[in-house]
Write a protein that binds this ligand. Structure first.
Ligand code: AMP
Length: 384
């Protein structure tokens, strides 16, 4: 009898996304090996962890020799690290796709080329550029770093053009290293995200659109399928497919969209599984994590249809009492095993129901028991 060799998925980054990828990979008989600079990275509680910095090329080469394919829990892995790995092992998504998604300017330019309108934007490298961009775009506007910004970090909101000095004081220093972009502030009706997956063979699937609510730039609640979206769903599917094909993308990605006057505007793309897709673990036939593992390792993709209607609470900073979620019908608790810290994503909970009416009832009860009425309020309203 020959020795059975189980496939091993390598993940760059050992946070909660790597942790949930490892959990999804296990039933498929796939092992996971994650790399992170921190020895207490939370994926290490469910999978072996290599502790190494992104520039520790010797450790990364040894890691590449132990895995069948490499993917990301963290998109800001340096391009040089990804390039070196590509020489040794399959890396999905490709470093080229990653490079575009790492840069807000390149990403928005690509959106427009693919037929997805965006908020007005201009690159800003100097204080004079900022003045010029404000003359063209006007206020309110948002100045953002082109690279390394996430969850509202590296952003400054300008209410009027008189805020230009304050914006430059906050971010000007980063113009030379990360680049800046000024975007028109969009008074959107709602925020949606597309979670989509493309296999190595080009098979493309999209989950039902998710509606999202952010607080201080960080995701607070998600609802899927987003209410009344049939026409938007068709448009979003076509756009996401065009983008995925343009990038020859393999794996799951998220597109964050604003809806303004019933039209879709592209905000950003995440080249990985995404916080707004966590509901798919219990709320879809195949989760984003399982389909990402399947895509990266060249396995057939699973059905992305929803089971009923689901909502997700994001736990930021620290966890509430788990008991009300554990008691709720079709309530699901996710503790990432991280230390509490302000602004940190430490867990989430998903609540599912057969239809919107029942979900509204269950959510009202659960939010009450958790004392999270304010957080859940917009979702309850959207369900009614
Ligand atoms: P981002 O890091 O670009 O995804 O921004 C985080 C959140 O800030 C978004 O989900 C929106 O809620 C808000 N935001 C970002 N850019 C804009 C914009 N141009 N107009 C209005 N709101 C925005």
């Amino acid at each position: 009898m020959s020795d059975r060799k189980q496939p091993v998925l390598g993940v760059l980054g050992g946070g909660q996304l790597a942790r949930m990828l490892a959990i999804a990979a296990a039933p498929l008989g796939i092992k996971t090996l994650a790399v992170d600079g921190a020895s207490d990275a939370c994926a290490g509680q469910v999978a072996p962890l290599v502790v190494a910095e992104w520039t520790d090329y010797a450790a990364l080469e040894a890691f590449a020799g132990q895995v069948d394919a490499v993917t990301f829990d963290f998109e800001n892995v340096p391009a040089e690290t990804a390039r070196r790995l590509v020489e040794r092992v399959a890396v999905h998504p490709s470093p080229q796709a990653l490079a575009i998604a790492q840069d807000r300017l390149a990403e928005k330019t690509l959106f427009r080329e693919c037929g997805l309108p965006t908020p007005e934007f201009m690159a800003v490298d100097t204080r004079e550029d900022l003045a010029r961009a404000l003359t063209t775009i006007g206020a309110p506007a948002i100045l953002k770093t082109r690279r390394l910004g996430y969850d509202g970090k590296g952003q400054f909101r300008l209410k009027t053009v008189d805020d230009a000095d304050a914006a430059w004081a906050a971010l000007g220093e980063q113009a030379a290293t990360l680049g800046l972009i000024l975007e028109a502030f969009v008074p959107f009706e709602r925020e949606l995200s597309v979670i989509a997956v493309r296999g190595r063979d080009g098979d493309f699937r999209i989950w039902p659109l998710t509606q999202n609510w952010h607080v201080d730039g960080v995701l607070s609640m998600s609802l899927a399928p987003a209410p009344t979206i049939s026409e938007l769903q068709q448009r979003a599917t076509a756009l996401a497919k065009t983008l995925a094909e343009r990038l020859d993308y393999v794996g799951v990605f998220a597109l964050e969209l604003f809806v303004k006057d019933g039209e879709l505007l592209g905000n950003e793309m995440a080249p990985r599984v995404h916080n707004s897709g966590h509901w798919t673990i219990e709320g879809a036939h195949t989760s984003q994590f399982e389909n990402h593992v399947r895509a990266v390792l060249g396995l057939p993709l699973g059905d992305t249809g929803a089971r009923g209607v689901s909502t997700m609470f994001n736990w930021i900073g620290d966890l509430p009492d788990a008991a009300p979620v554990l008691r709720a019908i079709d309530g699901h608790w996710h503790d990432y095993g991280k230390q509490a810290r302000p602004g940190r994503k430490v867990g989430h909970a998903t609540l599912c129901a057969p239809d919107a009416k029942e979900l509204a009832t269950r959510l009202t009860e659960l939010a009450d028991a958790l004392d999270r009425g304010e957080q859940a309020g917009p979702v309850v309203k959207a369900l009614r």
